[in-house]
Design a protein around this ligand. Structure first.
Ligand SMILES: Cc1cc2nc3c(=O)[nH]c(=O)nc-3n(C[C@H](O)[C@H](O)[C@H](O)COP(=O)(O)OP(=O)(O)OC[C@H]3O[C@@H](n4cnc5c(N)ncnc54)[C@H](O)[C@@H]3O)c2cc1C
Length: 360
């Protein structure tokens, strides 16, 4: 079975102890009890049923931080693929996509077919089946807008089920699936508009890159190209030659604060001006984690212990700079950032990736 997710190997990478490192974009993680690759929905279910507890489902390995001690149980690698149209009308198509289908291959196919709705999510690494887990989002789009439902294997009931989007609990970088191993995603249904144009551009930086105002639409291929360019400039498209991409993307989510905590932040940051922020539901305010980290003194390129560093292109990405660094050192840098931001601004940062056998 060819492995679309295999990380390329360099001299430095071969020195990392433990095989799980080669299945993660961070190139970190110790040994596994057992690793099984499953190439289709039935195979995934059989692999999970046959596995000794505990089980870790791993696809692209782009949103996991695995401890240096590794994972003692069975790791099931999701290696299914393919998509098919399951419903269509004059204005839309619904595509069912196997969990292991590489996400960016799907986005490229939707753009080529004139199906709008995920074009701003171009260049995000990993699998399609993982996108509902944290409601993947970028540049003003998130998958919750187009997912109509998720087919899962329920490990508690031992059944295959279709969970409609309304029951997936989608939220900012979250869903009922995140941090829970009850459901194994087998396929995901997306309803996409038949349109040569993107949805209205919502993100100011993307609008500037495209030379349009927020709210305007652009050809799908232009949206994809602009997003890929912006992402590459921030080290947010995987590139084996670029150590800044040896990461999990953003390490921290943007904190969502109640009004009182936001006012406290403003007081503490008074000499820095108004913190970048976005109003949310129920009088909450989302603030920029990158701004907090930068203003707390952790600038791009900031070195951590033993080969880890903040990306030289993006404050939110913690990287395995040398390719031989250990999870413990990445965690030490993450703790230092979290604690310093808390002391300085009274705001607690939370990790975005799923931490396995390690904790910040
Ligand atoms: C350079 C870079 C840029 C990134 N940019 C973004 C971004 O812009 N926006 C964003 O939201 N994320 C981003 N990410 C994070 C990541 O790419 C996404 O979260 C992606 O969806 C993870 O997919 P994966 O297949 O790699 O998941 P994995 O890392 O393999 O798994 C992540 C979690 O999902 C679970 N999981 C995976 N597949 C299944 C399944 N089939 N069933 C049940 N559970 C499953 C795993 O057990 C684990 O808990 C970025 C990461 C990198 C490295």
């Amino acid at each position: 079975m060819s492995d679309a997710y295999a990380q390329s190997t360099t001299e430095a990478d071969r020195a990392i102890p433990g095989p799980l490192a080669s299945y993660t974009t961070l190139r970190m993680g110790g040994p596994a009890g057992r690793i099984v690759a499953a190439g289709g929905a039935d195979e995934i279910i059989r692999a999970v049923q046959a596995a000794d507890e505990p089980v870790l489902i791993l696809a692209g390995g782009s949103n996991v931080v695995i401890g240096d001690a590794g994972f003692p149980g069975t790791v099931v690698l999701v290696r299914s693929g393919g998509l098919r149209v399951v419903a269509e009308d004059a204005g839309s198509v619904t595509v069912r996509v196997e969990a292991g289908e590489p996400w960016d291959d799907l986005v490229a196919a939707t753009v080529a077919n004139g199906w709008a709705g995920v074009e701003c999510l171009s260049g995000i690494p990993g699998s399609t089946g993982a996108t509902p887990i944290q409601n993947v989002g970028a540049y003003g789009q998130e998958v919750a807008e187009t997912i109509t439902g998720v087919e899962v294997y329920d490990r508690v009931g031992g059944t295959r089920q279709f969970i409609p989007a309304a029951d997936c609990g989608f939220a900012y970088r979250g869903s009922i699936f995140k941090y829970r191993d009850r459901w194994v995603v087998l396929s995901v249904d997306f309803r996409l508009a038949r349109s040569p144009l993107s949805g209205p551009v919502r993100y100011a930086e993307l609008g500037r890159a495209l030379g349009v105002e927020v709210g305007e639409r652009v050809p799908l291929a232009d949206a994809r190209a602009a997003v890929l360019r912006l992402r590459a400039g921030k080290g947010m498209v995987l590139d084996a030659t670029d150590p800044d991409t040896r990461s999990v993307g953003s390490f921290f989510t943007n904190p969502v604060l109640d009004r009182a905590t936001y006012e406290l932040l403003r007081e503490r940051a008074v000499e820095l001006g108004e913190p970048p922020h976005w109003p949310g539901a129920d009088d909450t305010v989302k603030v920029s984690a990158a701004w907090l980290i930068d203003k707390a003194g952790f600038v791009k390129g900031h070195p951590g212990p033993d080969g880890v560093a903040i990306s030289s292109k993006h404050t939110l990405a913690l990287t395995n700079r040398t390719g031989t660094a250990h999870t413990a050192d990445l965690i030490a840098l993450a703790r230092d950032i979290r604690d310093t931001v808390h002391t300085r601004f009274g705001v607690t940062l939370h990790p975005e990736p799923v931490l396995i056998n390690c904790t910040v």
